[in-house]
Design a protein around this ligand. Structure first.
Ligand code: ADP
Ligand code: MG
Length: 168
């Protein structure tokens, strides 16, 4: 599982990083986003949507209360889940919240995937966003690629400047 660590300075750079991955994404892919509130998970999703050519990406927000937003109109339909409010357990599946994970025609992006009890199939990327002491607008973004998706996602990442202390 190759991984890359990138430092972003401002939401624009996190968006651009996410957008750069869009050309390598396919229907059926799943992306897990980890990090505290305000870490930049939704910002990353906005970048993915922009990269996929979805209109009105400025309206993208966390589906914290709805739990799920579906975006159509770009190259791929995108299901955006935010499981923050869920305790997990069987109720989660009963509510149908996880139904998008059964849909192979969409890209599914999950905030707070810690709430899932089972690891979904089709994970191509796990993103860990962390605030950085350097400044209020700095984030350390660790991207872990699934082996099967490396050839289509790694090229965008090798073009990114790596965080200095993660260089080999
Ligand atoms: P989450 O979904 O993880 O709760 P959001 O993406 O909704 O986080 O919010 C991140 C907040 O941090 C936004 O207000 C954004 O403008 C700000 N921010 C500042 N610097 C960055 C950065 N480097 N990357 C992402 N967001 C940043
Ligand atoms: Mg969010």
């Amino acid at each position: 599982m190759p991984e890359y660590t990138v430092q972003t300075h401002g939401a624009d750079q996190t968006e651009a990083l996410a957008a750069s991955l869009a050309p390598g994404l396919h229907a059926g892919d799943r992306i897990l986003l980890f990090g505290d509130l305000g870490g930049g998970k939704t910002t990353f999703v906005r970048g993915l949507l922009r990269g996929l050519g979805h209109p009105d990406v400025r309206d993208v927000c966390s589906p914290t209360f709805a739990l799920h937003h579906r975006y159509v109109g770009g190259r791929l339909p995108v299901d955006h889940l935010d499981l923050y409010r869920l305790e997990g357990g069987p109720a989660l599946a009963l509510q149908g919240v996880l139904d998008p994970l059964e849909d192979a025609s969409a890209l599914v992006v999950v905030e707070w995937p810690q709430r899932l009890h089972e690891r979904p199939a089709g994970i191509v990327l796990e993103v860990y966003l962390q605030r950085d002491e350097a400044s209020e607008d700095t984030r350390r973004v660790r991207l872990v690629l699934a082996d099967a998706a490396t050839s289509r996602l790694a090229p965008a990442l090798t073009r990114q400047p790596r965080a200095e202390d993660s260089l080999p």
